[in-house]
Design a protein around this ligand. Sequence first.
Ligand SMILES: [Zn+2]
Length: 224
Amino acid sequence: MDREGAKGGGPARRAGRTRRAVLLGGLGVVAAAAVAGREEIGRAWWLLPGVAKPRKEGELDHAGAGWTAASPANWRRADRPDDYRVDRIVVHVTQGGFASSVDAFKNPWHKASAHYIVRQDGHVEQMVRELDVAFHAGNRSMNERSVGIEHVGFVDRPQDFTDAMYAASARLAADVCRRYGIPADRTHLVGHSEVPGADHTDPGPHWDWDRYVRMVGEELKAAG
Ligand SMILES: [Zn+2]
């Protein structure tokens, strides 16, 4: 920015004036940055080459989660929430067991993944970092703006959705809501089947939305 301003000023005869012009230019940038929303600043940052958050293999976003890396073919590297605002959580049901779901996300030919898989015993496995875009919603813009949470089970088996699963998922969702300032309501907590263009039916009629949204709200309140 400073270099641009100096160049724009061109060779001035009076050094004092040039310096003042550069200074004023600098102040202008500061003022513009102060006025611009956080999102715009984030996008500007993202456009600069070499600016990415440091990341370590196996680093987690949710305390207590396990980690298995999904194949990089099943997600896209990003720098959220600086490049994309995160304001949705998409609820899924795996239609398969835990091990086969983990294997699917590790398989580069699967072409899909989610950030988290929640098991019936309350275990949470993270497979994609929240700063990256997981391919879970079948909708590019929804993928970019959301965190995907899979729940192990089948849409037509209500017994798969255990108390421990609801509790763990609500804790996880509240954690995500808190970190990105997402309200815990049905506008921001959505099912895969509600994503525009979705051809999936999960989480299905047995997923208790009233209970889930209430629990996420309670977790948020409990955490202050
Ligand atoms: Zn789904």
